[in-house]
Design a protein around this ligand. Structure first.
Ligand code: COA
Length: 166
């Protein structure tokens, strides 16, 4: 297939850190599009546990078996980044009804900013409905085990980071 006809999708987020819920969406979306760019946002509003580079490295490790998945970072407007990447789709995971209103607003705003961009929502698998990066960090900070919440490959990264903060 020529590069011009490729269907490129972007899955944006903070991924601080990537969870099994994110990985579930990445796996399923990678089967739907020719290329999936997982885009780590530079977010000044959130105080991160991991730097953007660390988050990208953890994502690379956990998606190593998915050849059409690329890990990048971005700042500024997502709609502009999508244009630069020739992406036609944003992938978002929907966990609960509470996600819907915010995501609906974002999808409409992004489409207004970039008319060539559609947002595709994947329903999160039921076992990950409750999961967020903050839940994972809270468990780790309070000494709980994050195994079963995040990919096995990054459990130790989280243990080490929270130990340092003791
Ligand atoms: N599994 C596990 N957790 C999930 C999840 C899933 N399937 N889907 C969402 N989450 C969690 C995330 O871990 C995150 O948790 P946290 O708040 O504890 O860190 C939370 O849900 C919010 O996720 P998301 O909606 O993806 O927000 P985000 O902060 O990770 O990223 C952007 C939001 C990047 C999509 C958005 O801020 C953006 O587009 N920014 C660019 C600026 C811009 O263009 N603004 C105008 C938009 S109209």
């Amino acid at each position: 297939m020529s590069k011009r006809n490729m269907r490129i999708a972007i899955y944006p987020g903070s991924f601080d850190p990537v969870t099994l819920g994110h990985l579930d969406i990445i796996r399923r979306a990678s089967g739907l599009f020719d290329r999936l760019i997982v885009a780590v946002m530079h977010n000044q509003n959130k105080k991160p546990m991991f730097s953007v580079e660390e988050r990208m490295e953890m994502l690379r490790r956990t998606t190593a078996g998915l050849p059409n998945v690329e890990i990048e970072s971005f700042g500024g407007l997502l709609a502009d980044y999508a244009r630069r990447k020739n992406a036609c789709v944003l992938v978002k995971g929907l966990r609960a009804v509470s996600d819907f209103e915010y995501e609906f607003q974002m999808a409409l705003a992004n489409r207004k900013l970039n008319a060539d961009l559609d947002t595709v929502f994947l329903m999160t698998s039921s076992e990950y409905m409750y999961l967020s990066s903050s839940v994972v960090k809270d468990i780790a900070v309070h000494g709980g085990s994050v195994a079963g919440f995040v990919p096995d490959e990054i459990v130790q990264d989280i243990v080490c980071r929270t130990r340092k903060e003791d």
